[in-house]
Design a protein around this ligand. Structure first.
Ligand code: FE
Length: 189
């Protein structure tokens, strides 16, 4: 009598474990596939080129953490790839007024023009707009117990800073960037 009860219990237990294990393997498998596709396949994107004064086709820049570490200085890596923030008034572009273009320090994409730079008094280079909406991406950032909007390079996904709605006219926006995420290129005129 005992065995007759025990067998179905054991059998259903094993079956249940099998179903759970199968599910885990399936989920793990699909997760890996998605991750591999995201890492290995650059996507075509249309971005603005200051040099060409028009939109051009480009590709997203995809690199491993190790590859970025070799390319960037420790400070650039911390800001761009680990969402770091430089100390206020410490960055090379906080008080910088030359005419030209601020590019991504990670991939070289044109990000901001000196025409849109203004003195915010915050100690970080501040702009009223990016050089083109297509050259950046934004996403909600709810870290540090606040609601902010993170700004990233559209091409390499590098963290640049945040955008706030307390900027001057005409946009009313303040793109608060890290100097360490940018590389300035002077314009000829
Ligand atoms: Fe970039």
């Amino acid at each position: 009598m005992k065995h007759k009860v025990l067998f179905p219990v054991l059998f259903s237990g094993v079956l249940l474990l099998d179903i759970i294990a199968g599910g885990i393997v399936f989920l793990y498998g699909t997760g890996r596939t998605t991750l591999a596709a995201e890492i290995s396949l650059p996507q075509p994107i249309k971005v603005y080129s200051a040099e060409k004064r028009s939109y051009v086709m480009s590709e997203t820049v995809v690199k491993s953490k190790e590859e970025w570490k070799k390319l960037l200085t420790p400070e650039q890596f911390h800001i761009l790839r680990e969402k770091g923030t430089e100390k206020a008034f410490s960055g090379k572009y906080a008080n910088h007024h030359e005419h030209g273009i601020y590019r991504c320090a990670g991939c070289g994409l044109d990000l901001f023009s000196s025409k849109d730079k203004y003195e915010s008094g915050t100690g970080w280079p501040s702009f009223t707009a990016p050089i083109a909406a297509e050259n950046i991406s934004t996403r909600p950032d709810n870290s540090l117990f606040t609601r902010r909007t993170e700004v990233l390079c559209r091409r390499c996904g590098g963290h640049l800073g945040h955008v706030f709605d307390d900027g001057p006219k005409p946009t009313g926006l303040r793109y608060c960037m890290n100097s360490g995420a940018l590389q300035f290129a002077a314009a000829s005129k």
